[in-house]
Design a protein around this ligand. Structure first.
Ligand SMILES: NC(=O)c1ccc[n+]([C@@H]2O[C@H](COP(=O)([O-])OP(=O)(O)OC[C@H]3O[C@@H](n4cnc5c(N)ncnc54)[C@H](O)[C@@H]3O)[C@@H](O)[C@H]2O)c1
Length: 318
């Protein structure tokens, strides 16, 4: 579904999609002409859920017509477009909400709490595998589709400055779209991100390991009852009195626990938060800045992918 309107419009180019939406939501007006939404002065907000290549134009027009805007991830195709939307929203005093869905899940919120309490110690790595069969996108590589989730989670959990990106992958089907990729992100404090994404895996895996110097987390989004597990495991290196030049290695193997998670629906939490930000002048947790951070990494990944994994520095002035 494309253009989900907060109160009374749904717009899509596709007649079939509109018809389906009409069957689900009897009270809404249906249109193929997006100007109907922009011209409706009673309309406060528009949600843009179209292919990535259309996000900028639609969101720009929405803001220009004094609408608050919800944008599906990734926010834009280009860094300059993201910046332009942020500037326009600020000028128009309108909210940009970027739908980084996972930030509104009980699991990611719990991990954030654990990290912020200092339970993991100093963070060392974010290591994720997000693979399944399909859905091929028409206009973007798999990094833009799936790694965008991990980059947004990293930005939320460990908002370290990101310096360098390296991405590899191949377009196996001759259509120029890369359906399998490995992404490495170098961050400040020697923190490392590894993200493995694919649309051509025979099985669906959604696992993330977050390693700290004290404890480590396994986040398995496919596990229905214990999505988050915290392991009291690690490696300690220390000097011995006898031999100062040789480090002694000791492995720590302690308990594991699975914390209770809030049972919440991410979309419901996100839409409530969007409405709260509009009504009470608050800044969304996933605002234009958060959207732009993800786009910066994606754009650098695209360049690195083209150069077969060559490191691409993230321009701090972006
Ligand atoms: N947040 C999430 O977890 C999540 C999950 C899936 C998809 N997405 C994002 O949602 C967006 C849409 O993905 P999708 O899988 O629904 O795509 P899709 O191709 O299934 O649907 C896109 C629809 O947009 C319509 N459309 C295109 N341009 C339009 C325009 N200018 N005006 C009106 N309608 C237009 C098309 O007719 C089509 O029905 C993408 O940005 C994707 O990255 C986000």
């Amino acid at each position: 579904m494309i253009f989900l309107m907060i109160q009374n419009w749904i717009c899509d180019f596709s007649f079939d999609r509109l018809e389906k939406a009409g069957r689900l939501y009897h009270q809404v007006k249906l249109t193929k002409d997006v100007d109907d939404l922009f011209n409706d002065t009673k309309l406060d907000a528009i949600a843009v859920a179209t292919p990535v290549s259309t996000h900028f134009d639609l969101a720009h027009k929405a803001l220009s017509n004094d609408k608050h805007v919800w944008i599906e991830k990734p926010m834009t195709e280009k860094v300059e477009q993201g910046r332009a939307l942020i500037d326009l929203a600020s000028k128009k005093k309108k909210v940009i909400f970027v739908d980084h869905t996972f930030i509104y899940t009980g699991a990611v919120r719990k991990i954030k709490e654990i990290i912020d309490n200092g339970d993991l110690g100093d963070l060392m790595y974010y290591d994720s595998i997000r693979v399944n069969l399909g859905l091929f996108q028409q206009d973007v590589d798999v990094i833009w589709d799936l790694a965008a989730h991990d980059i947004s989670i990293m930005d939320y959990l460990m908002p370290f400055k990101k310096f360098t990106v390296s991405a590899t992958g191949s377009s196996f089907y001759g259509n120029g779209i890369v359906p399998k990729s490995l992404l490495t992100i170098y961050m400040e404090n020697d923190v490392l991100g590894h993200i493995n994404v694919s649309w051509i895996s025979p099985v669906k895996i959604r696992q993330t390991l977050i390693g700290g110097t004290s404890k480590m987390v396994l986040y398995d989004d496919n596990n229905p009852s214990e999505k988050v597990k915290v392991y009291d495991k690690g490696v300690d290196l220390y000097e011995t009195k006898e031999d100062l030049y040789r480090l002694k290695i000791q492995y720590r193997v302690g308990d594991m626990y699975a914390p209770k998670l809030e049972e919440i629906e991410a979309l419901a939490v996100g839409t409530e938060h969007f409405a709260d930000c509009i009504l009470n002048g608050k800044k969304p947790m996933t605002d234009g800045r958060a959207g732009l951070e993800v786009v910066k990494v994606l754009v650098a990944s695209k360049e690195s992918l083209r150069k077969k994994g060559a490191p691409v520095d993230l321009d701090v002035n972006y």
